[in-house]
Design a protein around this ligand. Structure first.
Ligand code: CAA
Length: 384
């Protein structure tokens, strides 16, 4: 096994790191405080080619490998997880995977080049008030009407819902016998009947937009159905497999930022006449933080590499994607909590960034499949 990045990957990692330090870090606190959507940073990410990362070159994307994609996400998240989720975890990867893996050529050509050229956002409209972990409870319906479907329902906790130009929507087509067939549709935001609902006030990722989406008799041409009627559940599962290494990469970026802050602070904070880093109690905490981040990084990089094999050759990697997501997000929560502890009272103050890292880390254990769901996925593979 070769544990080395190639020259291109090192260059792309550095570029993303520099971007985060120059264009994101100086603004991260303010965006969080004001709960302000990071439009300007998104435009810059788009202009330097660090947006639309999952899209292959033939459809207007950068066509980079999935490990490079994760390296970028990790560095951007070291700057701000809210910006990262806005740009990549939902807007242009998660939301586009159903189209990338289930759409036909005409659909890919119709949507992807324009989305990539303009840097448009796309929402992944799966979750509903009564269908979070349990996707089979989705209540949104798609009724057939001639050559169209009429979509009705309410989605919640949708990232970028307020600003997306397109929505990847999961809805049940109900046939004459009453059988529900979960299916996926591409909706354009301009279609009549799409209503933007309540915006969430969140613990973390405060600059990212999370809102309700309501569909009232939205008429969608049948050409916007991705795959076949009934493909929805499997497309959702495969999409989530592909997206989970990215959650791992964002978690890594958050953990790394908190760790670096804790190391720095411990060297400068004098108590009892010496830096607190001279105390073994602090040293052991830092050593555990470093070890866990490194282990998480190996799992995330491995899952990212396997993601390409899945995309190109169809090799399943469900368990490895879940390993990366569950472990890296748990590590992010532990490391950020320990960083706050090392900062003591100052860590609890908004004067320092570690409290933000801790708030941002929490959602990583919840979205794109809670860590309890990840453990179900892993246990099923272990016991199969
Ligand atoms: N790849 C391909 N197919 C899969 C699959 C996978 N990873 N997982 C399951 N399937 C297939 C199964 O093979 C099965 O196929 P057959 O019917 O042909 O046998 C079918 O799908 C049903 O599978 P299960 O019986 O395993 O399904 P289940 O109802 O028991 O559910 C679950 C399994 C793992 C709990 C699943 O419901 C799940 O992952 N839930 C979590 C949902 C989730 O992640 N939600 C997050 C929302 S998105 C989000 O959070 C975005 C955001 O905010 C930013």
């Amino acid at each position: 096994m070769i544990f080395e990045l190639n020259e291109e990957q090192i260059a792309i990692q550095k570029m993303a790191r520099d971007f985060a330090e120059k264009e994101i870090m100086p603004y991260a606190r303010d965006l969080d405080e004001k709960e302000e959507f990071p439009w300007e940073i998104l435009r810059k990410l788009h202009s330097v080619g660090l947006h639309d990362l999952a899209v292959p070159e033939e459809y207007g994307g950068p066509g980079i490998d999935s490990l490079s994609y994760s390296l970028i996400i990790e560095q951007i998240a070291r700057g701000c997880a809210g910006v990262t989720v806005t740009s990549s975890a939902n807007g242009n990867s998660l939301a586009l995977y159903p189209l990338l893996i289930g759409g036909n050529e005409e659909q890919k050509q119709r949507f992807l080049p324009t989305i990539c050229e303009k840097g448009d956002l796309v929402s992944f409209s799966l979750t509903e008030p009564n269908a979070g972990s349990d996707i089979s409870s989705i209540a949104t319906t798609a009724r057939k009407d001639g050559n169209d479907y009429i979509i009705n329902g309410t989605k919640c906790f949708i990232t970028n819902a307020s600003y997306s130009k397109y929505h990847t929507v999961f809805a049940n087509v109900i046939d004459g016998s009453g059988t529900k067939k979960l299916s996926v549709f591409m909706l354009e935001d301009s279609m009549p009947g799409i209503i933007k609902g309540k915006k969430e006030k969140k613990l973390g990722l405060r600059c990212s937009d999370t809102a309700e989406l309501i569909f009232e008799d939205v008429r969608v041409p049948k050409d916007n159905l991705i795959g076949k009627e009934g493909d929805g559940f499997k497309l959702a599962m495969k999409t989530l497999d592909m997206a989970r290494p990215s959650v791992g990469a964002i978690s890594l970026g958050i953990a790394q930022a908190a760790f670096e802050a804790a190391v720095e602070y411990s060297k400068g904070r004098i108590q009892f006449g010496k830096p607190i880093s001279h105390n073994q109690g602090i040293q052991f905490m830092l050593a555990d933080m470093a070890t866990k981040i490194e282990a998480a990084r190996l799992l995330v990089y491995q899952a990212s590499w396997l993601k390409d094999k899945f995309y190109k050759e169809g090799v399943p990697f469900t368990e490895k994607a879940a390993f990366a997501k569950v472990y890296a997000s748990d590590v992010a929560m532990q490391v950020t909590t320990d960083a706050v502890q090392i900062f003591g009272g100052y860590g609890y103050s908004r004067e320092y960034m570690v409290e933000k890292y801790m708030r941002d880390a929490k959602i990583m254990q919840i979205f794109e499949g809670t860590n309890q769901i990840q453990r179900i996925v892993i246990a099923r593979q272990v016991l199969a």
